[in-house]
Ligand binder design. Structure first.
Ligand SMILES: Cc1cc2nc3c(=O)[nH]c(=O)nc-3n(C[C@H](O)[C@H](O)[C@H](O)COP(=O)(O)OP(=O)(O)OC[C@H]3O[C@@H](n4cnc5c(N)ncnc54)[C@H](O)[C@@H]3O)c2cc1C
Ligand code: SF4
Ligand code: SF4
Ligand code: SF4
Length: 391
């Protein structure tokens, strides 16, 4: 049976809970809001299936992509809604047109992030756009297996660990399954996301109509974090917007400065192509240093493949503008492909203040920032003193 000795040894994919037919294993959130498996020893028969499907216990080999493209969707409206160059919707559309089903991350009614399957093009917008929260995949792998066994084409998109979890759960290759992961910085805590939203709602006193983590109104690189609200009469009309440059938004700072990532993201076993997906997508950061004309600051996707370099699907060429780029350049420009981000030194303090003293997100974060400022000043003073002593 699965035992998690250290938090970093579980990415929360839920393959173990899904395989356990004895209902002895459930996914439960810890104090930080991340899901971990919990075993009911009375029900467990020690069959070992949960260990067999755990992607952390069965790590894949490193893979170097065989090709890399910079790609932008020719439809500007689609590209606007997507976080990068709008490549995902092209591949998803193709799957749906062929009668298939597309799985990806969507918001639910309470703005939690979870995986869903869609079969209609009109619903594609639900999956478009990066949601910087760990998506809940509980139950999804079982659904996918059923569709695959029925012969339905399936496209699964998710983090590299979610793709690895799915492949481990399935235990065999299916010709009708395509998997896409993305270059992954790491996933933030669903609890902190919930608490942050509660604080926003109590400030604006209006229900939320839409959330866009990567609004491109001021550009793809200088993107905004935007929340739209519905008016107080309950009519779904956008009455007030919360628009912040991503560098100025507390939640985005907590994410990008590595205060609230899942512990497994700091020692990720799925970088370097180890997720095992067919394709890897990403933002093509640094494309301006390779081809300045290609970068219109409206979003460029990075497309990495691991198969025959000439096999980039024809429908992508038909709906997108693309240029081939050296794989080494693409990977170097996007460090998350191979590099872990270290946990912020105030990670523990942030969660301690927020969980134990019921301090809101803003105050917990500002205490961490102030302590950091004092620590930096003290270390500058110390350095100055030692220079003086030496002089
Ligand atoms: C948490 C997170 C961290 C990321 N880190 C990096 C990074 O460091 N470097 C980089 O280049 N790119 C990163 N990306 C990927 C990037 O932001 C884009 O999602 C990707 O390039 C696809 O863009 P697109 O325009 O083709 O697709 P879009 O149309 O924007 O579609 C978004 C796709 O991402 C999936 N998705 C969205 N949110 C989640 C989620 N929470 N969990 C699982 N799947 C999700 C959707 O299912 C969909 O397939 C990250 C994405 C996420 C969600
Ligand atoms: S060992 Fe078998 S019964 Fe026990 S938790 Fe794992 S899958 Fe369930
Ligand atoms: S990584 Fe996935 S399969 Fe392994 S213990 Fe965690 S949730 Fe279960
Ligand atoms: S950084 Fe690694 S462990 Fe974390 S979500 Fe991404 S793939 Fe999973």
């Amino acid at each position: 049976m699965i035992t998690i000795k250290e938090k970093k040894d579980c990415c929360g994919c839920s393959a173990c809970a899904t395989i356990c037919t004895h209902h002895a294993l459930i996914m439960k959130a810890d104090k930080s809001g991340f899901l971990y498996p919990v075993v009911n020893k009375k029900k467990c028969t020690n069959c070992g299936l949960c260990e067999k499907v755990c992607p952390i216990l069965h790590e894949n080999e490193k893979r170097t992509p065989t090709y890399s493209y910079a790609i932008k969707n020719n439809d500007d409206e689609i590209r606007k809604k997507s976080s990068s160059g709008g490549l995902f919707p092209i591949i998803a559309e193709k799957t749906i047109e062929a009668g298939g089903i597309v799985y990806g991350a969507s918001f639910d009614k309470q703005w939690n992030v979870k995986h869903i399957g869609i079969t209609r093009k009109e619903d594609l917008h639900l999956l478009q756009g990066s949601k910087y929260v760990q998506s809940n995949t509980v139950g999804i792998y079982k659904d996918i297996k059923q569709k695959l066994q029925e012969g339905i084409n399936v496209l699964f998109t998710g983090t590299p660990c979610q793709v690895a979890g799915l492949n481990c759960y399935l235990q065999k290759k299916y010709k009708n399954l395509t998997t896409i992961d993305f270059i992954c910085h790491g996933v933030p805590s669903p609890k902190i996301w919930n608490d942050y939203l509660s604080e926003v709602i109590s400030l604006y006193k209006l229900p939320i109509a839409n959330i866009d983590f990567r609004n491109k109104k001021t550009g793809w690189k200088d993107y905004n974090f935007v929340i739209n609200f519905v008016d107080s009469s309950g009519v779904c009309k956008k009455t007030a917007d919360m628009v912040c440059q991503h560098q100025d938004n507390i939640y985005m700072k907590l994410f990008l400065d590595n205060y609230i990532l899942r512990p497994s993201c700091h020692s990720c076993r799925f970088r370097n192509g180890k997720g095992g997906s067919n394709y890897t997508l990403g933002d093509y950061w640094g494309i301006q240093n390779y081809n300045v004309e290609f970068d219109d600051d409206r979003g460029i996707s990075l497309f990495l493949g691991y198969d025959n370099p000439n096999s980039i699907p024809l429908y992508i060429r038909q709906h997108c503008t693309s240029i081939e780029t050296p794989v080494e350049f693409a990977i170097k420009a996007n460090p998350s492909f191979s590099k872990d981000w270290p946990q912020n030194r105030y990670y523990q303090l942030f969660f301690f203040l927020h969980n134990n003293f019921s301090l809101n997100i803003k105050n917990s974060f500002s205490i961490c920032l102030n302590i950091n400022k004092i620590a930096n000043r003290l270390s500058s003073l110390k350095a100055l003193n030692s220079i003086r002593k030496r002089g």
